[in-house]
Design a protein around this ligand. Sequence first.
Ligand code: MSP
Length: 513
Amino acid sequence: MTYTLTTPLYYVNDKPHLGSAYTTLACDALARFQRLKGEQVVFITGCDEHGQKIQRTAEAAGQTPQAHCDGVSAQYRELWQRWQISHDRFIRTTDPRHERIVEQFFGRVEANGDIVEGRQQGWYCVACEEFKDDPHEASDPECTTHRRPLEWRDEVNLFFRLSRYQKQIETLIAQPGFIQPASRRNEVENFVKQGLRDFSISRVNLPWGIPVPGHQGHTFYVWFDALLGYITALLEDGDASDLDTAISRGWPATVHVIGKDILRFHAVYWPAMLLSAGLELPAAVFGHGFLTREGQKMGKSLGNVLDPAVMLDDWGPDAVRWYLLRDIPFGDDGDFQQQRFIDLVNNDLANTIGNLLNRTSSMARRWFSDAVPAPGSSHDPTHVLAACARQASELFLKAMDNLEFRAAAEAALGLAIQANGFLNDQAPWSRMKQGGNEEAVASDLYAVLEATRIVAQLLIPLVPDLSARILAQFPADARSGWLERLQWGGLPAAAALPEPSPVMARLEAKETA
Ligand code: MSP
């Protein structure tokens, strides 16, 4: 079974912002973790390029929609490369292969009797690309998310018969683990309870979309086309553009990771579409929270949007990844505060982890001929730090499997804190001065080095660069699998210890980010 995970496919109406980087970094940590465990992973990201919003943005910029999409999606690609995102697929919904997949999928849904013509009347938010249910009866209603006027629409569209799937969707969302975190289930349940209404899946007079086969003048509603991007993305190079082929490459998705605002599309509309086409359903949909900046909603008009490209230049990848994954419970809303960010990174990464490595390795080299000291009794799995390491690894593995990145980060950091505590209690510097304690000191330093090595192993999926810098200061590990390398006692005694150098520079406050 493949472990297929997806980020949302990002709209190309604007350059990437921290919200998109947040989901992508979290998925990257998850993908790296699953690969380390030996899973066959397909990590999908990409861009959502059709619809009225994109068409209007391109017009305003005096570009053709295609040229506009080419430009912004290239920015996404480049940004993910600079962030070292380990995605396996980057899908653009303007990819010609995608058009065939959408057509085939639609054919199955239509053959199943789930497409009907109907009149669509209602208030539409172009920024959300969504009809709003309850625009508060106002004469000039606004979108509550975008604070922009809604537009009145009245047209004949094709509808998907969502109402037929009421029972199946109710059963699906009641399944524990389908909507995650569990706290998000309620809002979807309430929506479904009100009774599912058919939704329009086509637009007339909107040239920037995929034409609906057999229905002249209609293009697909952007969400109908975009969700199918997850399936097109599975196609491998050289594959024909065929739905069954794509499905065989890794469907169903193990988890769709998305922001909470698009949960309804993923947990209700999308499963119903898949049921209609006779395809399997994703195992889980995880809706994470929203990020604010210094307590304020981020927005173009406020001019306070955090730019992930600038943040990368200012702070480097490890600091930002660590903060986002370690400080904010994944699923809850979070606030980016520069001072808190700096303090947290300096404390955790520079002090607790960086200094632990530096001082232990320096002592070991000074007193034991630049090599890993003899473990003595600390090789024993019952050693106090061995027990801490085992517990930290167990917690870490469980937390990562559940997308609890904060708990995972805390487990790794907790082990470093315990190792620091052990070092301070044993005080090898004073015992060494007293003389005659070489063996005991060697054993203690071995235990602390070994714990530090395991901390670095745990950090690989969360902060891969930092972890690589730490591991470069240890002798090479001959064990091939990651789970094996998490086992206590792997550090080879007497192997040369490279000269220590600081692994994490301290951050200073900056104006720009
Ligand atoms: N194109 C659709 C998704 C289609 S998936 C088949 C879309 N794109 S988006 O670019 O507008 O949003 C992408 C993601 O960014 C969403 O999951 C959204 O929740 C997330 N975020 C937008 N602003 C955010 C924050 N301020 N904080 C965290 N995530 C945010 O929706």
